[in-house]
Design a protein around this ligand. Sequence first.
Ligand code: G4P
Length: 541
Amino acid sequence: MSGLATTMALAEVVPGDTRSEAARRRTFAIISHPDAGKTTLTEKFLLYSGAVAEAGAVKARAGRRRATSDWMALEQQRGISITSTVLQFAYRHHMVNLLDTPGHRDFSEDTYRVLAAADAAVMVIDVARGIEAQTLKLFEVCRVRNVPVITFLNKCDRPGRDPLELLDEIEDLIGLRPTPVTWPVGVPGDFRGVIDRRTGEFVRFTRSVRGTTEALEQTIHPRDATPEDSVAVGRALEECDLLSAVGADLDMESFLAGVSSPLFVGSALTNFGVRHVLDAVIDLAPGPSVRVDRNGTGRQLDAPFSGFVFKVQANMDPSHRDRLAFVRVCSGRFERGMTVIREATGRPFATKYATSVFGADRDTIDEAYPGDVIGLVNAADLRIGDTLYAADPVAYPEIPTFAPELFSQARPKDSSRFKQFRRGLTQLEEEGAIQVLRDDRTGDAQPYLAAVGAMQFEVVAHRLEHEYGAPTELTSTPYQLARRTDAATAAQLRGAPGLRVMTRTDGTLFALFESRYRLERLQSDHPDWVLTTTVGAAPPA
Ligand code: G4P
């Protein structure tokens, strides 16, 4: 199958032609709970694509998580990755853009926004742990955006749960119908290979030394399995019959509609099944498609260049102190140096310093096509959600913001640094690093910082001190959750116990609650009050 697809892709590609270049792009993100194996799988994708010669080159064994995207001092101190990295690599005559979504230790609003730029997601699940909290959260964003999801049951090389039971769990917990494309031969912990349900063949894996090179794969008819494997193969075939009987077969239509999810099994560590998932990204995941603008009109892929900013990052390079805006290309051919218009102001923006980004390394790029991500250096004016275009004007919908879940009160440790503190907060908020809420009665004095991940607070405090010279004290607050509200409801809520009404810098009103119970009570007592989670909804202008 993959050979055929490659041949077709080769025949279709017309270099430099926007439509055919777009058709060979795949832009996706990996979503998972921390430790499920996202980093390992990413690394193995690079190995299979030939982008690295040996696994381990990306992530040094001794200093794990200190490889591709470590650039901030804080990151290095903690040995984690805070920023999303965009990896681009060629595979089977396609150009794959892998957008990295940070895990829970470094979970932030960026994590959500990255999914706005992806056309598909690979959801990695640890076979021993099943669906975990962070997977759920990220999947929810995929659902809101109708992002098709491919599932990878990872770590089958070691003892885990019954895969059939996990299928039920996926369907029950997230309402996504898994349709296994490969099915394990051997139980987790004694994993021999998979049945490829598309061909009925048995793919037997042999481990490579420490998983640093591609796993050896032998594809045979199940009846040719060795006596040693035949019992496990027989059992796997019976289970495949069971899957067919309940209709758990690959179905492209429901997959693309975000209703079912092609499922693959394997082990990123030993490379078992890695190729199947990467092939699925090419063969099953959708390429870039016509993007709908704010008026509901679709912009054709071969229309003049357009794209939107989904992430802004300051000071990636401490020696430059610059700002980098990540732009997802939606239509047309981007050429470095071309002048594009920033829709919000109607002013031109020069793109002389466009780069592609691979962790800390930046390469100048000369051209990009729909699906690609470009980094624009010195993008001080650009904001998250901004549309850029050439020739025909277009405005893409705003990237939704999310109801924050964590709140801290911020105050400069030294009151003489208040100006720096305020300037820093303004810039960090513009960059999307944090949301800033104020109480209309107390004003600017003690704003609340609001986030979806605790790491955002640490990053902001660190940056306020080191970049803006305003050491900041953060104190916790009793609030547990927030809902967006409107002026009429806010007027009813003000002064009520167990909650607080605050205004975000863009004017959005939020009601903060000390407990979910309090919120639910109010919702049932006053069903007409506006108390909404902001996921999926654009913030008001
Ligand atoms: P994350 O990015 O999702 O947080 O997970 P990561 O890839 O860092 O993997 C978390 C741990 O799980 C790592 O072990 C990794 O080696 C292991 N792992 C990933 N995939 C598999 C797999 O298929 N099978 C098994 N058995 N383990 C897997 P660690 O001990 O934390 O780090 P390391 O010292 O092995 O690098």
